[in-house]
Design a binder for this molecule. Sequence first.
Ligand SMILES: [Fe+2]
Length: 159
Amino acid sequence: MKLNSIGLPIVESAVLVQELNSLLSSYQVYYQNLRGVHWNIRGKRFFDLHVKFEELYNDAQLQVDLIAERVLTIGGKPLHTFEDYIQNNGIVVGKNISNDEKAVHLVVESLGALLQIERKILEKAANINDEGTNAMMSDLIKSQEKTIWMMNAYLEESL
Ligand SMILES: [Fe+2]
């Protein structure tokens, strides 16, 4: 098995690069979903949600950078065009959502889809002892699960 300069198998790392690029693409759509609801939200909870969505998209932007840099670290090239993001996106695109509950639902749905992608990556990374990718997925999963819990509490829905 041929290894790259950080000791990971080259062939399997290339597969992980593809999966991480799908996550990156989906994350960019999640970011835009958050921008959309930050801008379009209406109603009595405007001030709370407008700020909450800003907090979430700022965090999403940081995660996007970390995912792209992980792709580079394991020997790949991060996707960076809207065209590629649309082709590789795996989450729902929210459009013109102004209702508060629908907006929060969109966040829960987006995060649920990101979690599925991350769990798949976690499994593949574990198979090749790629602890760096693994740890990144663990951090994302833990934080997103908590956000889903809080969003569901807001909606008064169970997990
Ligand atoms: Fe703003």
